[in-house]
Design a protein around this ligand. Structure first.
Ligand SMILES: NC(=O)C1=CN([C@@H]2O[C@H](COP(=O)(O)OP(=O)(O)OC[C@H]3O[C@@H](n4cnc5c(N)ncnc54)[C@H](O)[C@@H]3O)[C@@H](O)[C@H]2O)[C@@H](O)CC1
Ligand SMILES: Nc1ncnc2c1ncn2[C@@H]1O[C@H](COP(=O)(O)OP(=O)(O)O)[C@@H](O)[C@H]1O
Ligand SMILES: [Mg+2]
Length: 277
């Protein structure tokens, strides 16, 4: 197993060319946030915007519109129940993140079906949270495009069938081979499995053990994958930076809030982008 290095992240987060515009940094749609879990999609969308995604659209329950607008005016919003609108928008996206706060009701199922049946390569898909629980309950063929799943250990147990106590690197790698997608297995030390190899995230702290921390990672992965060409390195960089920022903040804080990580992202990404000058 290889450890994700600062060097890999510095080589991934490049300086932006002067002559570029928002269209060059990715159109990202985040789908999630039911009446109960609006905060999850707000945190995920915040992470995507603060990661530098060029254009962010959120498909969510109407009960979240006002709070999302108030917290994150950079994001555009559509009703996640408006299937025709969703089906018209999905083909225009570079990246779709589905699952934070989505829930598992019939609307959620409809969103997942819409995404899985509409997206085509080279579009990329990030599957997190409730969407993983839905997939585990009703396994279905995944489309042939770059896909990353970001389960915590319980979601990984549901998806892979491997009990948490038996989630060894070898067992996780075998499950990844079966699924055929990149798997970010979140834990105290998160591990990432690709077709080629397994990676270990060196960072992470119990100060991160608070609701919304994974929703934030999902949004970061979406934002990174939208901007940085190499799919695997973009994912590894998001995983690394998410924990590295938390570790830094935790030096003087008992708990690190997900929104504090998003707020710190632009400064850390800047530091990474100029490190090799
Ligand atoms: N503010 C919000 O709106 C929040 C919404 N959330 C959303 O709520 C939905 C359900 O997700 P949950 O993860 O809460 O529920 P799940 O039922 O999927 O998983 C939580 C259970 O897994 C257990 N578990 C075991 N190992 C774990 C590990 N390594 N990391 C995390 N949990 C582990 C926990 O103790 C807990 O009992 C998701 O859509 C999620 O995005 C959560 O992110 C919490 C915050
Ligand atoms: N003790 C810990 N050590 C390191 N990282 C942790 C710890 N607890 C939680 N995390 C990280 O926080 C995130 C939690 O994700 P998740 O459980 O999906 O949160 P949520 O769904 O509430 O947003 C993961 O990235 C996980 O690695
Ligand atoms: Mg989660």
């Amino acid at each position: 197993m290889q450890t994700i290095t600062t060097n890999l992240v510095q080589n991934t987060i490049k300086r932006r060319p002067a002559n570029s515009h928002k269209g060059d940094y990715g159109r990202v749609m985040l789908i999630g946030g039911n009446d109960q879990f609006g905060g999850a999609i707000i945190m995920a969308a915040t992470a995507a915007v603060y990661s530098g995604a060029g254009l962010v659209t959120v498909a969510t329950a109407p009960s979240n519109f006002a709070s999302l607008h108030a917290r994150l005016p950079e994001a555009m919003i559509v009703d996640y129940r408006a299937t025709t609108t969703l089906l018209a928008l999905l083909p225009k996206m570079d990246v779709v993140v589905i699952g934070p706060g989505l829930g598992t009701d019939v609307v959620a199922q409809g969103c997942l079906t819409a995404a899985l049946s509409t997206l085509q390569a080279p579009q990329r898909l990030v599957i997190d949270g409730s969407a993983l629980t839905l997939l585990a309950a009703d396994p279905q063929a995944l489309p042939d495009l770059p896909i990353v799943v970001t389960p915590h250990q319980m979601e990984w147990q549901r998806l892979s069938g491997i009990p948490i106590a038996e989630q060894t690197p070898a067992a996780n790698q075998r499950a990844q081979q079966k699924l055929g997608v990149v798997a970010v297995v979140k834990a105290h030390h998160t591990t990432v499995y690709t077709d080629q190899q397994a990676w270990r995230n060196p960072g992470g702290t119990p100060a991160m053990a608070t609701g919304g921390m994974g929703d934030t990672l999902a949004g970061m992965v979406g934002g990174f994958v939208a901007q940085f060409t190499d799919f695997t390195n973009a994912i590894l960089s998001a995983v690394y930076l998410h924990s590295a920022i938390a570790d830094d903040l935790a030096r003087t804080r008992y708990v690190v809030l997900p929104t504090q990580i998003s707020a710190a992202l632009p400064a850390y990404m800047h530091r990474m982008s100029v490190a090799q000058d």
